[in-house]
Design a binder for this molecule. Structure first.
Ligand SMILES: Cc1cc2nc3c(=O)[nH]c(=O)nc-3n(C[C@H](O)[C@H](O)[C@H](O)COP(=O)(O)OP(=O)(O)OC[C@H]3O[C@@H](n4cnc5c(N)ncnc54)[C@H](O)[C@@H]3O)c2cc1C
Length: 405
């Protein structure tokens, strides 16, 4: 067995080994680009999502980079001996990602990147263990890491009383406890169901009614609306966004050419909170408190008190299924002067058609690319397009002098 020999330079450094990082690294390597990838493989899915969770995406929107061929999800299903059944279990998806990594990115360096700095003819990556690596280009694929949205009313409340859904890989510790889940998206609703299954007494608190995605089709209930009929019959492959704009979402290269207000509107309409209809039958026994605004939260001797406009209720714990708000400043990867040089809008970098930011050689894929390429970048379904596009762009520029960086 050969010992792992850390490298000190490469042409392209990919930061992150989730679906987007693995897909980009795999495409870059296949294109013959010297690539080094950093981060724990599928670590967000392994360490920040609850066991027993199922994916909201349809099977064919869950390919990591490869839609067909030996590295597709279908090929892996054959290896596993499972049929392409939806919804896909979290455990199967994580295994699929690890399988892709082992085959396409076997030289993964699992160390964390602490800082990215500009250097002569490229970038210097300072690793968390003190080592450094030089790269002519960097692809940032850090996903939802450090992007949790915590409503201000919970500032200063001790962690044992309030936590974000991303802090849990299981809910067994909440057996017999009274837990308020805040939110009405997939994460909040699925967490509520898993908490109930673990024996917690659950109340879901949210701003409005839960929007059940595809419930009518799943429940077999008949709707006489033409729009419902068409949206069920003509569902887009990834099912991101409402019909018919869901079909626009499927073409991120086209969305990139939209004027900014139109793209922002597409993101707003497509990334609103919603939960898959197959969760609805599991909601029996979960109290849903919709439309009750939380005015304040305070720690009490017997738990955490949530004060509403008309009353107050005390819980043992509050679980925030409040989602994520992406802002690359929160990554802590860039020094202030470098951050200032990255053109951004509302925390998201403005990217060229090659996913390149205003700093030449610095690319962003995944959730950070939503502002430029639309909602598909929040989902694994966006990995084939992003990986192919970045790899083509970088391969075509191979050998260029990036000294301007
Ligand atoms: C509860 C939940 C359910 C979801 N369900 C679905 C679903 O059903 N379908 C779907 O398509 N999407 C789903 N998503 C969205 C999902 O996050 C994205 O689809 C997908 O994970 C994005 O992949 P990514 O590679 O961009 O990011 P991630 O999967 O978040 O991976 C980021 C990677 O970057 C690494 N990293 C971060 N910072 C550093 C650093 N400084 N140095 C080195 N490495 C670093 C991490 O270790 C990690 O490996 C869900 C999200 C949540 C929270």
């Amino acid at each position: 067995m050969t010992a792992f020999m850390p490298r000190t330079d490469c042409e392209v450094a990919v930061i992150g080994a989730g679906p987007f990082g693995l897909a980009a690294a795999s495409a870059l390597k296949a294109a013959g680009v010297d690539t080094l990838t950093f981060g724990g493989a599928m670590s967000f899915w392994r360490d920040h999502m609850p066991r027993g969770m199922r994916l909201r995406s349809p099977w064919h929107a869950t390919y990591i980079g490869h839609t067909k061929g030996p590295l597709s999800l279908d090929s892996y299903a054959k290896v596993l001996g499972i049929s392409p059944r939806e919804p896909l279990w979290l455990e199967n998806f994580v295994d699929y990602g690890l399988w892709i990594q082992a085959q396409a990115v076997p030289d993964l360096d699992t160390r964390r990147v602490g800082r990215v700095e500009k250097a002569n003819s490229g970038f210097r990556l300072a690793l968390a263990d003190g080592d450094a690596v030089k790269a002519r280009r960097v692809v940032v694929a850090t996903g939802l890491m450090n992007q949790q949205l915590i409503p201000a009313v919970f500032d200063g409340i001790p962690r044992e009383l309030v936590s974000h859904a991303s802090e849990h890989t299981g809910y067994e510790a909440f057996r017999g406890k009274r837990v308020a889940v805040i939110g009405r998206g997939q994460s909040a609703c699925e967490s509520a169901v898993l908490l109930k299954r673990s024996g917690a007494d659950v109340e879901l608190i949210c701003h409005g009614d839960i929007h059940w995605l595809g419930y009518r089709a799943l429940s077999g209930k008949q709707s006489w609306s033409l729009r419902d009929f068409l949206s069920e019959r003509l569902a887009s492959p990834s099912r991101v966004g409402p019909f018919p704009i869901s079909w626009l979402v499927e073409v991120p290269g086209f969305v990139h050419r939209f004027p900014e207000p139109a793209r922002a509107g597409l993101n707003r309409r497509s990334l609103g909170a919603g939960a898959t209809g197959w969760l609805k039958p599991d909601f029996d026994g979960i109290k849903v408190n919709a439309g009750n605004r939380i005015i304040s939260a305070s720690a009490k001797s017997n738990g955490i008190e949530l004060r509403f406009e008309k009353d107050a209720v005390t819980f043992d714990h509050v679980l925030l299924g409040t989602g994520y708000r992406i802002d690359i400043a929160k990554l802590g990867l860039f020094a202030p002067d470098m951050l200032a040089a990255i053109a951004r809008r509302e925390g998201l970098p403005l990217l060229s058609a090659g996913f390149e930011s205003s700093i030449p050689g610095l690319h962003f894929v995944g959730a950070s690319a939503v502002g430029s390429f639309g909602p598909l970048m929040r989902f694994t379904a966006g990995t084939p397009f992003a990986a192919r596009t970045v790899a083509r762009f970088i391969q075509s520029g191979k050998g260029r002098n990036y000294a301007a960086a």
